[in-house]
Design a protein around this ligand. Structure first.
Ligand SMILES: [Zn+2]
Length: 313
């Protein structure tokens, strides 16, 4: 992270009128730590291109939860959502305020919230800043993207063309089978699962962090669809549906219902399968990715209470 110790943080820190790049994320994490020293910031690992995979932690309670965003390059609005939430929670904690009737100091006593705001910074960089000559995968990326240097509307994968939300150890063989049915035979913008589970440093880092920290519940943020996914076959714990129903009520998002295994090798699939605890994929907003910033306020309103409740239930 760049040194920003001489600069005074702006107010508010997290701006919501710009595409949320990795540089903005790093700057905001630095400012948040400066203004709210009670938060812990750190990294869980690094991306293929060596970008730090940051986490933020706040609260001191035994109830540990993890929220992550932007497994997919086009979905950087979910990083912005988690960063804005972090700022608002920290501000309320500092000032002894409530948010939506919830006492945030009580929340900090009861829970510890871990946030990994951007799982795929290299993918976000391709989407927002385009392909640069200095990229170590320059030639391959051109080939994987049909010789186009425009990644802004299509690129979900990491810089090695692996879809990170198909790279976890949960029905990985079924994921490989499904990608073949979609004529995906190798690295590309979306849906390629990689050679084996956790083949990518980003997924390995998040899985290692999850194994280490023993979370009671996780939420993986994606866009779009205004939908909440909560199942992974027979591994789904009975309580997952009732929590999902509460999430659906407070967010206005639809609770997804699937029969059997409908998603493969995603983070929430792996979490449910491995730990038999509630894990959710939240699809925010509506339309074509990347979602326009004019949706941000509505997305924030829909998700704020859910983000508080997920740490209290
Ligand atoms: Zn996604």
């Amino acid at each position: 992270m760049k040194s920003i110790c001489k600069i005074k943080p702006k107010n508010p820190i997290v701006g919501t009128n710009k595409e949320y790049s990795y540089d903005l994320l790093e700057r905001d994490i630095g400012y948040l730590k400066m203004k709210y020293p009670f938060i812990t910031v750190g990294k869980i690992g690094a991306s293929v291109c060596g970008r730090d995979l940051h986490y933020i932690k706040f609260g001191d309670g035994p109830n540990k939860v993890l929220y992550n965003g932007t497994h997919h390059g086009l979905e950087w609005i979910t990083s912005l959502l988690l960063m804005k939430f972090t700022e608002n929670i920290c501000k309320a904690y500092k000032n002894g305020k409530q948010i939506r009737g919830y006492d945030i100091r009580e929340l900090f006593k009861k829970s510890t919230i871990y946030i990994v705001p951007m799982v795929n910074p290299d993918g976000v960089d391709l989407v927002i800043n385009g392909l640069k000559k200095s990229n170590p995968y320059y030639n391959e990326l051109l080939k994987w993207n049909n010789e186009s240097t425009d990644f802004s509307k299509v690129w979900q994968a990491n810089v090695r063309g692996v879809d990170l939300n198909h790279n976890y150890d949960a029905s990985f063989d079924l994921s490989k089978k499904a990608e073949k049915e979609h004529c995906i035979v190798g690295p590309g913008p979306t849906r390629y699962s990689g050679e084996c589970p956790e083949s990518e440093p980003e997924t390995k880092a998040l899985a290692d962090f999850t194994r280490k920290e023993d979370f009671k519940l996780v939420m993986a943020y994606h866009s779009q669809g205004k939908e909440i996914y909560w199942q992974y076959g027979n591994s789904t714990p009975p309580i997952a549906r009732s929590i999902g129903k509460i999430f659906s009520e407070v967010s206005g998002y639809k609770l997804g219902e699937v029969i059997g295994i409908a998603s493969y090798a995603g983070y929430k699939d792996w979490f449910i399968d491995k730990f038999k605890r509630p894990g959710y994929t939240i699809e925010v907003g509506w339309g074509k990715n990347p979602l326009p910033l004019k949706q941000f306020n509505q997305i924030y309103k829909s998700n704020e209470e859910m983000l508080i409740l997920a740490a209290m239930l």
